[in-house]
Ligand binder design. Structure first.
Ligand SMILES: [Zn+2]
Length: 284
């Protein structure tokens, strides 16, 4: 699943298109899978977007939010396999996974492909709070690279959580934009066993964890997102962070610090990777 760095890479790509050419205006569209559109009908979605310019793309957690010329918003969540692609209108290479096509002036197209079909798109009318339509934004936690994301903030979010820290990190109300890859990597760098109860972390551990999260997210951004099954930027370029991964999908490989084989367990239904030596199990 694309996480904060991948979504941010997509956002930068979308904005670079806007910056280097005439602001794209929606002149039509087509919804090929109606369940991709959330919060309104596909007819309302398309008719509302008609005539709107895509002014600037923003990001909150894993959500992409495009500011529209009428003051409304176009929201996108890629979920597991969603991809936004810029195309020439002449380019009719529709994939079996194409779900939504937005036709833009200048013979351009913004296309949403999504193999697993969990991805969503929303139209938020002007004057309506975005979180009212996109409910996942309502209690979204702090952005990990923001000033708000302090050790005190993280401590306060974790102290009441009677859940494994790995599971708590995937909770978007704790910190925005973290998924399976960056959670495993941050826990390795923070030297915290993934099954440790979130509430049992002491303040030094929370401090290390906060720095580790900031570090892995920053690294991920530097490398333009990870290489995993299907993350690509809007031009189809594949990221390369996994070459650098400490533990994620490295099970059976020697730890790069201590040579102990990396282990994989299931935690909350998710594959979790860690070094049993660098991340010793803690009494809960
Ligand atoms: Zn190790």
């Amino acid at each position: 699943m694309p996480e904060l760095p991948e979504v941010e890479t997509v956002r930068l790509g979308l904005n670079s298109v806007i910056a280097t050419s005439k602001t794209p205006t929606v002149v039509g569209g087509e919804v090929l899978l109606s369940s991709t559109i959330a919060g309104c009908s596909q007819e309302f979605f398309l008719s509302s977007l008609y005539g709107q310019s895509l002014v600037a793309w923003h990001r909150r957690g894993k959500y992409l939010l495009c500011e529209l010329s009428n003051g409304g918003w176009l929201g996108v969540h890629l979920r597991m396999t969603g991809r936004l692609l810029w195309k020439d209108r002449q380019c009719q290479d529709l994939s079996p996974h194409t779900r939504v096509r937005l036709f833009l002036d200048g013979d351009r197209e913004l296309r949403f492909d999504d193999q697993r079909t969990f991805g969503k798109m929303w139209y938020v009318p002007p004057q309506v709070p975005v979180a009212e339509v996109i409910s996942g934004l309502k209690s979204m936690g702090a952005e990990p690279l923001s000033a708000e994301f302090t050790s005190e903030y993280l401590q306060q979010k974790l102290h009441s959580k009677q859940r494994a820290i790995k599971t708590a990190l995937l909770d978007q109300t704790v910190v925005a934009g973290i998924g399976n890859i960056y959670a495993d990597e941050a826990l390795f760098i923070g030297r915290i066993h993934p099954t440790t109860l979130a509430s049992r972390l002491n303040s030094a551990q929370v401090d290390h964890l906060r720095l580790a999260i900031v570090s892995v997210i920053s690294e991920g951004l530097k490398f333009g997102g990870t290489t995993f099954s299907n993350f690509q930027d809007i031009n189809g370029k594949v990221g390369n962070y996994l070459d650098q991964a400490w533990v994620f999908r490295q099970h059976g490989q020697p730890c790069q610090i201590c040579q102990t084989p990396i282990q994989r367990i299931k935690l909350g239904g998710r594959s979790t990777h860690f070094c049993p030596n660098c991340q010793p199990r803690q009494e809960n």
